[in-house]
Design a protein around this ligand. Sequence first.
Ligand code: NDP
Ligand code: 5RP
Length: 509
Amino acid sequence: MIQNNSVCDIGFIGLGVMGKNLVLNLADNGFSIAAFDLDISKVEGVIEQDKAESGLSTARVIGCTSYTELLSRLKPPHLIVLSVPAGAPVDQVCENLIGAGIQPDDIVIDTGNSLWVDTVAREKKYKNNFILFSSAVSGGEVGARFGPALMPSGSPYAWTRIKPIWEAIAAKVDDATGKPIERTKPGDIVTEGEPCAAYIGPAGAGHYVKMVHNGIEYADMQIICEAYQMLRDGLALSSDEIADIFALWNKGPLESYLMEISVEVLRHRVGEDQTPLVDLILDKAGQKGTGLWTAVSSLELGTPAPTIAQAVYARSISSFKDLRVKASTILSGPELITLDKNEKQAFIAQLHDAIYSAKICAYAQGFQLMKLAEKEHDWQLNFASIAKIWRAGCIIRAAFLQSITEAFERNPELDNLLLDDFFAKQLSKHQMNWRKSVSNSALMGIPTGAISSALSYYDSIRCAVLPANLLQAQRDFFGAHTFERIDKSTGKKYHVNWSTPTRDMVEIG
Ligand SMILES: NC(=O)C1=CN([C@@H]2O[C@H](COP(=O)(O)OP(=O)(O)OC[C@H]3O[C@@H](n4cnc5c(N)ncnc54)[C@H](OP(=O)(O)O)[C@@H]3O)[C@@H](O)[C@H]2O)C=CC1
Ligand SMILES: O=C(CO)[C@H](O)[C@H](O)COP(=O)(O)O
């Protein structure tokens, strides 16, 4: 129990959705906290909640009203955790800590969704003032409270100090089965199992991996939303009927946190007439940027992540509500198709296989992107370990991540998840239903950008000869961009003098 003049283990800045819950999680695990927020009512709120949950008369959290007070409440060298919005707020807090006298051997952990290049720059910028360490967090407010997935990166020295704390508060899994060890009550702690917290690499690597996690999260959510629209608009099912189908799917290979919460959302009713809430929510999606950053990074590195990019586009197109409403009165679609009972059952079974297959492709894209980034930035990422820490705590947690863990344990150098024997067989088994489901959506005029793009991705990856031969010839025709030939040595470049009548070919260089 903390007395008012005691020193604390950890300083915590930013007591919003994530911060408040991380503080309570740290307190449950025996760490004393000095907490600060710009809004004093948030500091008072966390102290009250802590007292109420712990049943102790004195809070395990001390409230601070300034950065100077926060530093004075900590054991040196100070350990300070930030949970503030990405971008300028992180630098504002860092500058305020410098003003308050932070020391070069103090450690500041940024747990927000910072852009990974900002983290790399900040580690350098503040190196004479303090050690900037980053640890992306996933799990939303419940994860933060009862066990998030943590993606730490930066100074190995700082990690030795942070590791026991992170391993205590992280979600835990049974390593053999990959099943989460549930913790849902304040005061409960889990000491057994494998913690979902593993050192990722140098500064920036952890935030990069979290960014890709969020890109996959966007794709996974969009795939589920497309299935919802197929069932709502294609089969005219109610929210409860769709919830029943999702609940059934959640017992098989599609078992995941996102599927589970979708069932809960679809069943939730409000108001006197008990309308399903989902029917009252405006269909305009928000986004804070991490999915977009993932898509941009895939374009910059030249590695395809079309399902992730489609998920970002789907959010963008949803935001054009007025345009869509107008277009719906101008642009025609196909006639309504009515299915009989058996056809409906087949439609649902095909959709199940389509979303499972699309999901595999989205994860394959995300992991391949991380592999390319690893090479580009000279990191040493452990993909089995990344899959392991995503098995619990985080938003994309799913039974399926155990299979991904096993794939990378079988072959740590796997170029693409689709080439793993287990996943190749899964796709081979489900592909015909996937194809039928994509054609159902096209014939019914229901947009399934993520599910369809994943099928194109699959077909492109397994296509030994793509039409890029014609594309290369087009480029050479208008811009003398040259091409290679399959009947000549690799690396030799050729150009045709397209504008001359003889169209003679020359070897370049
Ligand atoms: N919500 C989620 O599900 C997840 C969020 N994240 C990331 O975690 C971080 C925190 O998110 P979340 O808790 O949702 O955000 P909130 O907006 O709920 O909380 C942010 C907190 O930071 C404080 N803050 C804002 N600007 C400053 C500043 N310049 N100086 C000091 N404090 C400041 C806010 O103070 P004030 O009281 O004045 O508003 C607020 O208490 C973000 O980077 C987010 O992207 C990561 C994983 C999941
Ligand atoms: O990091 C997260 C979960 O992992 C956050 O919830 C994030 O805000 C989600 O992104 P967006 O707001 O763009 O949907």
